[in-house]
Design a protein around this ligand. Structure first.
Ligand code: ADP
Ligand code: MG
Length: 273
């Protein structure tokens, strides 16, 4: 099996874009799976009350299962909420249950409300397993759950759908990231942009890709995720596309993206921007 280089230290990435349907969850689970297939140990934290990442990873997430909700509240340690994905020895998930839907409001009155996820995901709280990557899947909003995810990570990965209005809302997202950076988490930066649902037959997709590359430069991965039915079918079987159809273009593209992401993580650290 191919094995990717381990990062120098655990990498925590938040997948954010307040637009729904741009491929956040699909990217969170498939990128995680791609890293795991290639030898790394990965934890996905599902922070969307919809629980789509948990579903795609084949992990139970009915109400009452220890989840991201309980770890935000401090009722359960992160280690006790972790479940192994049934299709991989190296892929793990802290699921989201519907209880998380109330958290956005419950958090408002809590102490250190923006820091709760960070405090819940310390090395100690996560227990002895040596995760190389922690990938946090955000809900489609810029509320307190997303803020918690931005505070808990060093890196933001923004998936951008190669469609009309692709960059709509991205300015607002970047302003929020800057606010979090200046007030709550100095280390935060947009390390990665991934183009998703690319349809090579359309001129529009190329235009969007060019625009995104002009805007984000080297943060944009060279690998692009094609629009593919296999990618959208896989979650229905509780699988990532890498398990569902490993030879498909969708699976290959996420493997490529994983390789690129991992290679960047071992390059010498660049100065803070
Ligand atoms: P988000 O988490 O940003 O709301 P999702 O990852 O749930 O977005 O994707 C939205 C929808 O698009 C889902 O139904 C998903 O299966 C589908 N989808 C995502 N990526 C692809 C792709 N590369 N090809 C085909 N369908 C995709
Ligand atoms: Mg989602």
């Amino acid at each position: 099996a191919i094995s990717l280089p381990k990062p120098h230290e655990r990498r925590v990435l938040t997948i954010a874009n307040q637009k729904g349907g741009v491929g956040k969850t699909t990217t969170a689970v498939n990128l995680a799976s791609a890293l795991a297939v290639q030898g790394l140990t990965v934890l996905v934290v599902d922070l969307d009350p919809q629980g789509n990442a948990s579903t795609a990873l084949g992990v139970p997430h009915h109400s009452g299962v220890p989840s991201s909700y309980e770890i935000l509240l401090g009722e359960v340690s992160a280690a006790d909420a972790v479940q192994q994905s049934p299709h991989s020895e190296r892929l793990f998930c802290i699921p989201a249950t519907i209880d998380l839907a109330g958290a956005e409001i419950e958090l408002v009155s809590m102490v250190a409300r923006e820091n709760r996820l960070r405090n819940a995901l310390t090395k100690e709280a996560l227990g002895p397993r040596d995760y190389d990557y922690v990938i946090i899947d955000c809900p489609p909003s810029l509320g307190l759950l997303t803020v918690n995810a931005l505070v808990a990570a060093k890196e933001v990965l923004i998936p951008i759908q190669c469609e009309y209005y692709a960059l709509e809302g991205v300015g607002q997202l970047l302003r929020n990231i800057e606010l979090v950076q200046s007030h709550l988490n100095r280390d935060l930066h947009v390390s990665t942009v991934l183009l998703t649902m690319y349809d090579g037959r359309t001129k529009l997709a190329d235009q969007v890709a060019a625009e995104v590359r002009a805007h984000f430069g080297s943060a944009v991965l060279r690998s692009v995720i094609p629009r593919s039915v296999k990618v959208s079918e896989a979650p229905g079987y509780g699988m990532t596309v890498l398990d569902y159809d490993p030879g498909s273009r969708g699976a290959m593209s996420y493997l490529d993206a994983g390789r690129e992401l991992a290679a960047r993580g071992t390059q010498k650290k660049q100065g803070n921007e």
